[in-house]
Structures are given as structure tokens and as C-alpha cells.
Ligand binder design. Structure first.
Ligand SMILES: [Zn+2]
Length: 144
């Protein structure tokens, strides 16, 4: 499974998200899975630029299937309780892998444009705190 060339490592691939947890002019925090090996992952926005902020670099972190399923069950059950949902999401983020692959997508449609060979651990932040100024710093780690 470690050898899988995951869906988000195939240039030109249109990624289908399972659940969008937050968004601004497109997804900023979402759950996804690899179409080939079914491995679930969390995707969070690292930086963005361009018209409508359509060029977006995300970090993709693996999560256990059981952790993801528990999270989905919990947020569906407590759907009306927003503070509960926030703390569940925080716990989910904490349970993700510490190393993340960086992937550049263009929206609309979440098309894979490039990804990093190495793994990184960029901070998980709210989209309100994500900066366009850091785009050039991150893009150099990606092969486009
Ligand atoms: Zn895979």
C-alpha cells in the first residue's frame, strides 16, 4: 500500500472529495480517499493565489479508516451542535499523520497540477489565516 500512487499524485486527475468540512471559494478543509487503495486522508489549505484564489496548495495527511468513520458518525449525530463539531474536527486533525504531501490543485474541480516528492508538516490553519504571500515559498517544493 505504501507503493500506491495515490489519486492526488496523478497530474490532471480530478479529485472527488468525500466531505467538505470548510470552504471559501472552494474547499479549504476536506476528507478524501485514494480511488486506488481506498486510503482516507485529510486535506487542508496551506497557501493560495490567483483569480478567485483558484491555485491552491494543500497538505494531504493520512488518517486511519476507523478514526475517519468515528468522526463522520459523531458529526452526523451532533450535527446541530457547532462547538461539538469544532472539537471533533480538532481531534481528527490531531489524529492525522504528522507528515503531509503538498499538492497543488486548481479550482473549480480540484484538478491535480503537481505534488511534492518530500513530506512536510505545515501548520493546520483556518482559511482566514492562510496567506497568498507564502505561495512562492511552498511552490518550490512541488514538481509541476
Ligand atoms: Zn492509494
Amino acid at each position: 500500500m505504501t507503493d500506491c500512487k495515490h489519486s492526488w499524485m496523478r497530474k490532471g486527475k480530478k479529485l472527488t472529495l468525500d466531505t467538505i468540512l470548510d470552504e471559501w471559494l472552494g474547499p479549504t478543509l476536506a476528507l478524501v480517499h485514494c480511488e486506488k487503495c481506498s486510503k482516507p486522508a485529510l486535506l487542508h489549505l496551506v497557501t493560495w493565489r490567483g483569480r478567485d484564489l483558484s491555485e491552491r496548495i494543500y497538505a494531504i495527511r493520512h488518517i486511519d479508516s476507523s478514526t475517519k468513520n468515528t468522526y463522520i458518525a459523531n458529526i452526523n449525530r451532533d450535527y446541530c451542535d457547532l462547538s461539538r463539531k469544532a472539537s471533533e474536527t480538532e481531534a481528527l486533525i490531531g489524529a492525522c499523520s504528522q507528515s503531509a504531501r503538498l499538492v497543488l490543485f486548481t479550482s473549480p474541480g480540484m484538478i491535480v497540477k503537481g505534488f511534492s516528492r518530500d513530506l512536510f508538516n505545515p501548520p493546520v490553519m483556518r482559511w482566514q489565516d492562510v496567506k497568498t504571500e507564502t505561495y512562492d515559498d511552498w511552490i518550490r517544493f512541488l514538481s509541476i
